[in-house]
Design a protein. Structure first.
Length: 253
């Protein structure tokens, strides 16, 4: 069965850390996707976390270009510092530059993710159904911050990425239960024998999005467990690509 994998969690650029050879250009990213058997990807640029957020966003837009297999995910910051566009200027650029999601790295970027810092920005994104991605392991936010953020913005589509391999169920399951707009990316989840099956049975396949964490992780380590998971083919298709297609297709910029 061709699952048409659509990766929601991969980055481009010269990484300071990572397990696999990074993709430094659009061509290298597409080649890496071809090698793995991934059809499409929602990508971000490592510069959006590791050095200049604004320049990283620009580099990401340049890498995505008009390539139909790629969509972009910018990093946002509190607008009070004037480092990134806001309001109509933000939405106009996102629409033009194929940006359909945003990320935050509050732990690394030294702010508290909540209504005080991001109220106007996240209200606007929630109204337009723009997904917010948060990496729990990769300098994103701790679970307490995520809990408060979701409580303050319950209508904002949110995807938790890189949730960690061991002992995360007591963090993630209460969030999945309470916040219907929250999804979980599967690159670590799929490594657990039987855990993905249990989560799908409890919360439904619509709450999970396929991701690889490339180049931090090998794409096959996320693809093979999903392909062979003891869940039905329709649910596999939703997780592999259908849920992300629907999520990005609902963005209204």
């Amino acid at each position: 069965m061709d699952l048409g994998f659509f990766d929601c969690n991969a980055f481009i650029g010269s990484a300071q850390k990572g397990t696999w050879k990074p993709a430094r250009s659009r061509a290298e990213m597409l080649a890496a996707m071809d090698d793995a058997g991934i059809d499409k990807a929602l990508i971000w640029h490592v510069g959006q976390q590791d050095w200049s957020i604004a320049e990283g966003n620009d580099l990401l837009s340049e890498a995505v270009g008009s390539e139909e297999r790629l969509w972009g995910c910018w990093t946002i910051l509190p607008p009070q510092t004037g480092e990134i566009p806001e309001g109509d200027a933000l939405y106009a650029r996102m629409k033009t530059e194929r940006i359909r999601a945003v990320r935050i790295f509050p732990n690394d970027h030294r702010f508290v993710a909540g209504r005080t810092a991001l109220g106007a920005v996240l209200d606007g994104l929630a109204k337009r159904r723009v997904p917010l991605l948060i990496s729990v392991e990769r300098g994103g936010a701790d679970y307490a911050m995520v809990d408060r953020l979701l409580a303050e913005f319950p209508r904002l589509p949110c995807v938790l990425c890189d949730v960690g391999i061991w002992g995360v169920d007591r963090f993630t399951r209460p969030l999945l239960e309470r916040f219907p707009e929250m999804r979980v990316e599967t690159s670590y989840v799929a490594l657990h024998d039987g855990v993905l099956e249990s989560l799908v049975r409890r919360f439904g396949a619509a709450r999970f999005l396929f991701g690889t964490g490339f180049p931090d992780r090998l794409p096959a380590s996320a693809m093979l467990p999903l392909a062979h998971a003891p869940i039905n083919d329709d649910d596999k298709q939703l997780i592999a690509s259908g849920n992300l297609e629907r999520l990005l297709g609902g963005v209204k910029l």
